[in-house]
Ligand binder design. Structure first.
Ligand code: SF4
Length: 211
């Protein structure tokens, strides 16, 4: 069975990309950026391996009233072959645009394996580059200022005003999701120090955040 290591899927996210989106977080990343806020996704877990068919159905079930699918992680391009298959299905059965976060730069991806290049060809919006904790972000949806937002396909050019420096949408907003699996997740790009502040304030109210 061809499949993908996926941590979770969340519908109705509005903090990682333009419009209302479905978020998909993959497991596994060898890049290990200092200060990464997703360290629990560094390793792949056997129990989190899902078939492409199942993932396709799940995403289709959420697709109505969503503008796109945002894929983060973990490092999506480290499962390039399987993810490419999933995105082929998403393009075939939905009108969702596809936004992907990668710790690899676009140049690195273009010099990578054929599977990486094929996957890149299925992506509409790419945010590329390692997370650099010392480079605070000033652009929407980016974790650090070294990262670049690429609008790769024709259909996402309508978002160009949102990423032009004079018309940035507010880059910092966070969502809190209380998910079916009993996890509470913070979705979005926090400002530096914001997570620690949130933990401290919640602890004062008797709520301990594990991570
Ligand atoms: S590439 Fe992304 S998931 Fe991987 S370590 Fe860097 S920030 Fe974390």
């Amino acid at each position: 069975m061809i499949g993908l290591y996926v941590d979770h899927i969340s519908p109705s996210i509005t903090t990682l990309g333009p419009g209302r989106r479905i978020g998909l977080w993959v497991q596994g990343c060898s890049l290990r950026c200092k200060g990464c806020m997703s360290v629990e996704l560094f390793e792949r877990r056997k129990a989190s391996y899902f078939s492409i068919a199942w993932l396709t159905e799940r995403i289709i079930s959420y697709a109505q009233d969503h503008a796109g699918l945002t894929i983060s992680g973990g490092e999506p391009f480290e499962q390039a072959e399987s993810l490419k298959e999933l995105l082929e299905n998403i393009h075939k059965y939905t009108s969702l645009d596809i936004m992907v976060y990668s710790g690899y730069t676009k140049e690195e991806l273009l010099k990578g394996s054929q599977a990486m290049i094929d996957l890149l060809n299925k992506v509409d919006i790419l945010i590329d580059g390692r997370f650099e904790i010392d480079l605070s972000p000033s652009k929407p949806w980016c974790g650090s200022d070294n990262q670049t937002i690429y609008l790769l396909s024709k259909r996402v050019q309508k978002y160009r005003p949102m990423i032009s420096p004079n018309q940035y949408i507010p880059p910092f907003s966070l969502q809190v999701e209380i998910a079916d699996d009993d996890y509470v997740r913070i979705i979005g790009i926090p400002r530096r120090g914001e997570l620690e502040l949130m933990k401290t304030l919640l602890l004062k109210r008797g709520i301990e955040l594990k991570r």
